[in-house]
Design a protein around this ligand. Structure first.
Ligand code: A2H
Length: 256
C-alpha cells in the first residue's frame, strides 16, 4: 500500500444483545454498565443511513479492548488495536488493554445500535468471508445500496441462510436508496452487480471492478437523496456527515 494513507471514519455501533456463544466468552470481563461497540471502518460515511447489518470475518480473531475504564470497550481486530494504540484512541499511548478474545463466528447474530441507520431498533452482526484481517478494523458496515461487495454478500446470505447458520430474515431486508447517480440510478450496487452478472461474493475480480465504478460515480456524480444533506452532492455531503458523527461522539477518525 506504500505511502497512501487511508482516512477512515470509525463508527461506534453499541451492543444491545449478545448471542450465547459471545456471552460465555465475555462473562465477568465487562463490568455492569460497560458498553461494547463494534467499530466498522468506512470510507463512505455519507452512506451510513443505509446500514442494514454489519459484517465480521467468521474465521478472524478479534479482541474487546478497554477505551474508558468500566464504561467503553471496542470490538476490533488485534491488528487495528495495535494501530489505534498510537493514534490516541486508547487512554495510554502505546498500550492496548485487551479484556476478551472472540472469533467472528462467536458474535454472529449480535444486535447493535447503528448511528444514522434507518433501522432504529438495531441491526445484526453477520458473516462476510471476504473481510480482510489486514485492513481497517476487520469490521465492515453493510450498505447494500452503494457497496457491490455488501450487496453480493447480503444476497448470498439470504439465499444460503442455513449454510451460514443465520436466520434468513436477518439478511432479507429492504434496501434504502441514499444516493442518485446519472449512470446507475439510486441503487448503484444492485445495478452494477446485476448488469455485470456477478453471482457470488467470491467473484473477487469483477467485484473489484464494480467497486471502482461505484466509488467513482458515487463520489464525483452522486447526489444525496436521503438524510439531512439531501440535495447536496456526495462530495459536499461526505465531510459534513463525517463531522456530524464525530461531534455526536458516534464516530472517530482512524488512519492507516
Ligand atoms: B466501505 P479500502 Cl457504501 N475487509 O464502507 C474488506 N473490506 C473492508 C475492510 C476489510 N477489513 N474494512 C473496510 N472495508 C470496506 C461502506 C462502503 C465502502 C460503501 C461503498 C464502498 C466502500 C459500507 N461498506 O468501499 O480498500 C469498507 O466498505 C469501497 C472503497 O481501504 C470501506 O468503506 O479502499 C472500504 O472497504 C475500504 O476500502
Amino acid at each position: 500500500e506504500g505511502v497512501v494513507v487511508q482516512e477512515y471514519t470509525a463508527m461506534k455501533l453499541r451492543v444491545k444483545e449478545w448471542p450465547e456463544a459471545a456471552k460465555k466468552k465475555i462473562e465477568g470481563k465487562i463490568p455492569e454498565g460497560g458498553n461494547v461497540y463494534f467499530v466498522p471502518a468506512t470510507l463512505r460515511p455519507e452512506t451510513m443511513y443505509g446500514q442494514n447489518s454489519c459484517f465480521v470475518g467468521p474465521g478472524i480473531t478479534y479482541g474487546i479492548y478497554e477505551v474508558k475504564k468500566g464504561e467503553e470497550y471496542y470490538f476490533i481486530s488485534d491488528r487495528a488495536a495495535r494501530n489505534m494504540a498510537f493514534q490516541s484512541i486508547f487512554p495510554t499511548w502505546g498500550a492496548f488493554p485487551k479484556v476478551a478474545e472472540l472469533q467472528g463466528s462467536d458474535v454472529i447474530g449480535t444486535i447493535v445500535n447503528a448511528p444514522l441507520s434507518i433501522h432504529k431498533d438495531g441491526i445484526r452482526i453477520l458473516p462476510m468471508e471476504s473481510v480482510k484481517e489486514t485492513k481497517g478494523t476487520g469490521v465492515v458496515s453493510c450498505v447494500p445500496s452503494d457497496s457491490p461487495d455488501d450487496y453480493a454478500t447480503i444476497m448470498d446470505l439470504a439465499k444460503k441462510a442455513d449454510y451460514y447458520h443465520i436466520k434468513r430474515e436477518w439478511a432479507e431486508l429492504e434496501i434504502l436508496p441514499i444516493i442518485e447517480t446519472p449512470s446507475y440510478g439510486n441503487l448503484t450496487a444492485k445495478f452494477l452487480v446485476e448488469s455485470m452478472k456477478i453471482n457470488s461474493p467470491k467473484d473477487a475480480k469483477q467485484l473489484a471492478e464494480a467497486k471502482d465504478l461505484a466509488y467513482k460515480e458515487g463520489f464525483y456524480k452522486g447526489k444525496m437523496i436521503y438524510g439531512e444533506f439531501k440535495g447536496k452532492s456526495v462530495e459536499d455531503a461526505k465531510p459534513l456527515v463525517r463531522q456530524q458523527l464525530i461531534d455526536a461522539g458516534e464516530a472517530f477518525a482512524y488512519a492507516e
